[in-house]
Design a binder for this molecule. Structure first.
Ligand code: NAP
Length: 525
């Protein structure tokens, strides 16, 4: 079976043998994809000239209603998305839910909040600016939807959520989308796009799908287009520095990899509530989606005197979790996505082991439940420990994209803060402590290098959203190594798909333009 591309309003099969999509548990081929021979330039042009104008004929409210219909269609097909997640990602029910239900929730969320923007065609930003003595000449800032295409280049680990979290704000803005899922797991995104197309909700040209290599896609982007990229820092650098992207100043948003931190405060002694909460959180982060989340905890900082007890508590729980074929109901941890990712994980693990001790796991030859070790792509959940984080290199630098975390001892905020900062920019850090002064010091000390900081104390108990959970109402993204991008954060996400411009002119003309506008302050409500 070869999955087709959807370009210029038509399904087009790519040429050649294509790229193989496999079941990571059995190693069997599931489908093939290819974008070879597809006319990507014409597809982008069709989206700009047909999809964009049709979307922008509608108001924000009408587009929000369209998102609501998309959410309904996707919800009706949820079971099939779980089935494909199992086949192509080796996802347990919990893993599939994290991606698929996260996607549905995000689409519904934007359908709901988008209605508040009303009937306008663009957004009026801030107050008018007087520029003349008599007041006849003035200025007004506006945000107008971009008249190009939003190209989404996505990572393999979130085929459903990655599509929806980008599609919702772009379509709500009135910008047509071109989805390029990561090749190894493209099937689920393909199915979702197919369902949306079949439902006839979007005008022709509003959605395109490239299944397979991006090929020369970036060569054909223009000044009015937007790239929203999620993936590794290496590919991000290639996208950012692409000659056409640079030459035309194509707007680029990058969500890249991240060495995220969780911190147990100095008051987090063994058997305290916060100690237990963080043990649970580390366990969840290591095992959910087999650790293949960009927000997963990679480094756990614990007071030196507590490190050993913390490692024992996580290890004892890890030892009771079955790792293997998710078709077995007792299995809690699935595989990584393919053999290439398994090799990358084992390579990264070797680097970490060169400067850390192994507290749990680490056996490259371990036997997964109900799966052939040779054919499948499992990585044993592995907990490492470092007593000398300041002198370590790899623990702050190597992202093992699998079920792996490293405990790092700290003595005080004086060594903790510089060590956390060695991540060089991360998506998220969480702090578990009842010590308000410590919380404040750490937030002030590392907040500038993080997109999100999550603090948990006893007043919160277990009512927090989760270290690795990205909620659409809050910012997702991070500076530096994490890519420097910003996504979600409620209606702020629309900023990426709008252009700011100022009109200086007769106040009557400005008043006339303003009548077509919603208030940009709504983005920050
Ligand atoms: P990747 O290898 O960097 O690929 C990401 C995407 O870029 C894929 O769709 C890939 O297509 C495409 N691509 C590769 N080379 C390209 C080029 N020259 N021009 C245009 N597109 C190109 O990343 P991955 O292995 O799929 O994902 C894992 C990484 O993503 C991890 O490092 C993880 O931390 C990060 N991630 C970050 C976030 C976040 O929100 N910050 C979320 C999820 C994952 P092909 O698959 O066809 O090569």
């Amino acid at each position: 079976m070869k999955l087709a591309n959807y370009l210029a309003g038509k399904w087009v099969e790519g040429a050649g043998p294509g790229i193989e999509l496999v079941d990571p548990v059995t190693g069997e081929e599931l489908a093939r994809i290819s974008s070879e021979g597809a006319d990507l330039e014409a597809a982008l042009d069709f989206a700009r000239t047909q999809g964009g104008p049709r979307l922008r004929q509608l108001s924000y409210t009408e587009r929000a209603e369209m998102l609501g219909k998309i959410a309904e269609v996707l919800t009706a097909n949820r079971d099939e998305y779980f089935r494909l997640s199992l086949l192509n990602l080796g996802a347990t029910q919990a893993d599939a839910s994290f991606d698929v239900d996260g996607a549905l929730y995000t689409m519904k969320y934007y359908a709901k909040i988008g209605r508040a923007l009303g009937e306008g065609k663009m957004l009026k930003e801030g107050a008018s600016v007087p520029l003349s003595k008599t007041g006849v000449f003035g200025a007004q800032h506006f945000l107008t939807p971009a008249k190009g295409v939003a190209v989404f280049i996505n990572a393999f680990n979130f085929p459903a959520w990655g599509f929806c979290e980008k599609a919702a704000p772009a379509l709500l803005s009135g910008v047509p989308i071109c989805v390029k899922p990561a090749s190894p797991t493209a099937w689920l995104a393909h199915k979702m796009v197919n369902d949306v197309v079949e439902a006839g909700i979007l005008p022709s040209g509003a959605i395109s799908l490239v299944c397979g290599s991006a090929r020369h896609l970036l060569d054909h982007l223009r000044e009015e287009d937007i790239i929203s990229f999620t993936g590794s820092a290496d590919t991000a650098a290639r996208v950012r520095s692409h000659a056409n992207v640079l030459g035309r100043s194509v707007r680029v948003n990058i969500e890249a990899d991240s060495i995220n931190s969780a911190i147990l405060g100095p008051d987090g002694a063994p058997a305290t509530e916060l100690f237990d909460l963080l043990v649970k959180e580390v366990l969840k982060e290591m095992t959910l989606k087999a650790g293949q989340k960009c927000t997963t905890i990679r480094r756990v900082f614990a007071p030196r005197q507590t490190l050993k007890a913390f490692g024992e508590a996580v290890s004892s729980r890890l030892s009771s979790m079955k790792v293997g074929n998710p078709r077995n109901p007792e299995v809690k941890v699935g595989p990584v996505v393919n053999k290439a990712q398994q090799s990358a994980c084992l390579e990264g693990l070797k680097k970490l082991e060169s400067e850390c001790s192994v507290v749990f796991g680490g056996d490259a030859q371990f036997q997964p439940v109900d799966a052939d070790r040779q054919k499948s792509a499992f990585v044993e959940p592995t907990l490492l420990a470092s007593n000398n984080g300041l002198a370590s290199k790899y623990v702050h630098d190597v992202e093992v994209f699998g079920p792996v975390a490293t405990l790092i001892a700290y003595d005080s905020s004086k060594d903790l803060i510089p060590m956390v900062r060695r991540g060089n920019g991360s998506l998220v850090a969480s702090i578990f402590s009842n010590d308000t002064a410590f919380l404040r010091e750490v937030v002030l000390g590392v907040g500038d290098l993080h997109g999100r900081m999550m603090a948990v104390d006893s007043s919160v108990g277990n009512q927090y959203t989760g270290h690795g959970n990205v909620v659409p109402s809050c910012l997702h993204g991070g500076p530096g190594r994490a890519g420097g991008g910003e996504e979600l954060a409620g209606l702020r996400a629309l900023l990426l798909y709008h252009r700011r411009f100022v009109v200086q002119g007769p106040v009557n003309c400005i008043k006339d333009l303003s009548e077509f506008c919603a208030d940009a302050n709504l983005l920050y409500a």
